[in-house]
Structure formats: C-alpha cells, structure tokens
Design a protein around this ligand. Sequence first.
Ligand code: HEC
Ligand code: HEC
Ligand code: HEC
Ligand code: HEC
Ligand code: HEC
Length: 332
Amino acid sequence: MRWLLLPTVVVIPVSLVLGPTERAALPPAFPEGPAQGQAMDVSAAACGKCHKKIYEQWKQSLHSQAWTSEVYQAWTKTKSKPQSCYRCHIPMSVIPGAPKRPAARKTHLDEGVGCASCHVHAGQVWGPHGLQCKHPTKKSKLHQEGIQLCQSCHRVTPKPVISIGKDFEKAGLAAKGKSCTGCHMPEYEDHVAWDPNTGEPVGKKRKLLSHRFQGRTNPEQIAKAFEFHRHEKGGKLTLRLENKAGHRLPGLTLRSYTVKFEVVDGTGKVVASQDAVISADKRQFLMLGESRTAEFPAPAKPFKARVTVRHHWKKMKKDKPQETGVVFKAEK
Ligand code: HEC
Ligand code: HEC
Ligand code: HEC
Ligand code: HEC
Ligand code: HEC
C-alpha cells in the first residue's frame, strides 16, 4: 500500500502553482513524477526514485528505523499504552506546526520518520530553497533554521529517551549560531535529483546537507562530543574531559561511557590512573558545559597525559551493558 496524502490534503495541480515564466526553469519532465492534478505519492520509496542519494543516506539513518528497530519494538511491548509512542516513531508531518508534536499515521509504518514527516504538508514539498520543479515546493524557514523541526520529537522525555532538545534551548545555543542540523547534517557536494528513467542527474552539483543524521551509532560522531584538556598548577596535574555536544551525554538511558585518565612516563609506562563514568543511571550525566576531571600530584618530566573513552550499550533497562568499543582517545 502507498502512503498517500490524507484526504484533508488539497491536491494542487502543478499548473496552478507555477506561473508561465517559472515553468521555463523546470527541470526535464519526469514521466514518473506526480502528474497534473494527481495526488503525490509521498512514501519515502517514491521520493527516493529521484532523490537517490538522499534516500540512501536516510535509509542508513535511525530515522528510517524508528518503527522497525528491534529495541523500540521490545520497549513498546512493556507499555500498557503503546499508542502514546506512535506519534514520533510513525509520524505524520511535523510541518507547519513544529515544534508541536506530530500525530501518528496509519500507513507505511516501516518507513518510521519518513521524508514526508519532515517535508510534505497540504500537497506541497517544503524545503530550504523554494525551487521550482516537478512537484510543488514551498520555501520554509523551518528547514533553513534546522532546530524547531527537530524539537517536535527531540524535546520530550518518553522513557528511555531523554529530552536533549531542552538542554540545547537552556544553553541558548541558537543565539550562538548553533543548530541541530549544523552538527547532525554535515555538508557535502552532489546532485540533488536524478531522472528515474534515464538515470541522468538533474541540474548541477551543489552544496547539500547529509540526511545520514549521525548520532550514537557512529563512533566518529560520538568522538566529536569530547575535548581533552591538561593543566598544571601548584604541583598538581589536572586532566579534564569536556562535553562539546549540543546537549547532555548520554541522551538515551540505555547508553553509558567509561572514562580512563592515565599518566604515562618517558618510557611509556602508566604511572597513575583514575576512572570516571558518564551514564544516565544514578544521574551521572555529563551536562553541557560540564567536565569529568582527575587530579594527580605533578609527575616527573617528561610525561604524557592520556584519556580513553569507551562506549557501552544495553537493550532493556535490566540488561547488562555491552561494550561497543573505544570512541575517543587523546594524548597531551
Ligand atoms: C516525543 C517524541 C517521542 C515519543 C512520544 C516517543 N519517542 Fe521513542 N524516541 C524518540 C526520539 C527522539 C528518539 C531518539 C533518542 C536518541 O537517540 O537520543 C527515540 C528513541 C527511542 C528508543 C531507542 C530506539 C533504538 O533503536 O535504539 C526506544 C527504545 C524508544 N524511543 C521507545 C519509546 C517508547 C516505548 C515510547 C512510548 C512510551 C516512545 N519511545 C515514545 C522520540 C519519541
Ligand atoms: C528529520 C527530518 C528530515 C527527514 C526525515 C528528511 N529530511 Fe530532507 N531535509 C531536512 C532538512 C532540515 C533539510 C534542510 C537542509 C538544508 O538546509 O539544506 C532538508 C533538505 C532536503 C532537500 C533539499 C536539498 C537542497 O539543498 O536542495 C531535499 C531534496 C530533501 N531534503 C529530500 C529528502 C528526502 C527524499 C527524504 C527521505 C528519503 C528526506 N529529505 C527526509 C530534513 C529532513
Ligand atoms: C520525479 C522526480 C522527483 C520526485 C518523485 C520527488 N522529487 Fe523532490 N525534487 C526533484 C527535483 C528535480 C528537485 C529540484 C532539484 C534542483 O533544482 O536542484 C526537487 C527538489 C526537492 C526539494 C527542495 C525543495 C526546495 O526548493 O527547497 C525537496 C525538499 C524535495 N525535492 C523533497 C522531495 C520529497 C519529500 C519527495 C517525495 C514526497 C520528492 N521530493 C519527490 C525531483 C523529484
Ligand atoms: C517526527 C519525529 C522526529 C523528527 C521531526 C526528528 N527526529 Fe530525529 N529521531 C526521531 C526518532 C524516533 C529517532 C530514534 C529512532 C530509533 O532509534 O529507532 C531519532 C533519532 C535521531 C538521531 C540519532 C541517530 C543516531 O544514529 O544515534 C539524531 C542525531 C537525530 N534524530 C537528529 C534529528 C535532527 C537533526 C532533526 C531535525 C532536522 C530530527 N532528528 C528530527 C524522531 C524525529
Ligand atoms: C555542537 C554540536 C551539536 C549540536 C548543536 C547538537 N548536537 Fe546532537 N549530538 C552531537 C554529538 C557530538 C553527538 C554524539 C554524542 C553521543 O551521543 O555520544 C550527538 C548526539 C545526538 C543524539 C543521540 C543521543 C543519544 O544519546 O542517543 C541525538 C538524538 C541528537 N544528538 C539530536 C540533536 C538535536 C535534536 C539537536 C538540536 C536540538 C542537537 N542534537 C544539537 C552534537 C551536537
């Protein structure tokens, strides 16, 4: 079954949306695109026929797995009202009302947070530019700003999720020029669409933002959350691991990190060490602007200071955490 626009949605014939001059700028016609007066197929698979690369990125992201995730499915089975979980895991569109929470949808559940959840409203495709193309588009501030769109689902706390969106707000990071998309949708250059019949790219390559939405599942992204500092004063050596993400660590109660601070002498031998934990258990979060520190008596020179962060993960609250590996290592 196709995930079609809801009946309340107005289908806008392309001819009404584009004036004659704008039409001249249309990319080559796509026979498989939405025909005049026809409802647009808004399933991610349909968008992916033309937006091939973005579709592949999204497929790898957790957004596409928000419903099929084995962990999510296991958790909903423990809830007496699993329907309360649906709105963010199989959402309708978050536009135009973001950061209001979306309603749940009833079709194409396997697509989780799909293209239409972030892009389609009332027969129009909302995007950052307002380009004229085969489907009607609307230039949208929500897509340029890259915060409120995300906050619809990321600033609420349904267990095991923690509202990291509120951390971002409290720290006033938007005023400092930060955004969710700024850290989670890195820039790359490519075509944005391909003709589904000929396989030819449409238009020129340009700067785009990745739909891979890297997070806790990527060790390289996790590494970006940390900064290591070394400080010597008054016969004391202080080592400090600082949170550089846009919110607390971790953002899910099922995750934790163990930290090892070490002092290594000139021959490479570890002469002192201290451990620390970052976890949601017993409220051992590493909040924004906070650090884990270790103090040592100033060691004999030459020496090096080292920090190693390991990541751990469990499926259910009662499970024992499993180590997934080293996510951050630095030496100074
Ligand atoms: C307000 C939106 C919202 C609602 C409602 C919601 N979730 Fe989520 N859920 C999220 C977000 C956002 C994440 C990703 C959090 C992260 O990665 O830090 C998530 C992630 C999860 C995960 C981790 C999945 C994985 O693949 O690792 C589980 C489990 C989960 N949610 C269970 C639930 C359950 C059970 C409910 C209903 C009681 C629920 N959620 C309701 C937004 C929501
Ligand atoms: C979680 C929300 C979210 C989902 C899901 C999502 N997008 Fe986007 N998309 C965005 C945001 C935010 C931008 C704006 C990024 C920017 O400024 O370029 C964007 C931009 C785009 C653009 C414009 C690129 C450009 O610069 O011209 C296209 C095309 C696009 N998305 C297609 C898709 C397709 C196809 C899917 C599904 C496979 C999808 N998106 C899923 C949030 C989303
Ligand atoms: C028949 C091919 C085709 C299909 C199907 C298609 N698109 Fe597009 N889309 C395009 C082309 C072509 C552009 C303009 C590319 C350019 O000019 O660089 C575009 C542009 C966009 C933009 C940028 C809008 C802007 O101006 O900011 C977004 C967002 C987008 N598409 C999302 C989607 C979504 C979501 C779907 C599925 C509901 C979809 N598209 C289905 C071909 C298609
Ligand atoms: C409609 C709800 C919704 C919206 C809107 C949304 N997300 Fe999510 N997001 C989720 C859910 C649900 C998950 C968790 C899926 C899972 O783990 O099964 C998630 C997971 C993530 C993750 C974790 C990925 C990982 O690998 O750990 C990141 C990062 C993320 N979202 C960023 C964003 C950003 C940035 C935006 C705004 C452009 C956004 N999200 C908008 C619902 C949403
Ligand atoms: C300054 C960069 C930065 C900003 C701004 C930022 N993030 Fe993150 N985010 C990160 C890093 C780095 C990680 C990986 C750290 C980790 O989870 O181990 C991360 C992790 C996440 C995760 C996975 C968390 C978990 O524990 O499962 C989600 C979901 C997420 N971010 C969403 C958002 C949303 C939504 C916003 C905007 C409100 C946002 N981020 C703003 C850098 C940032």
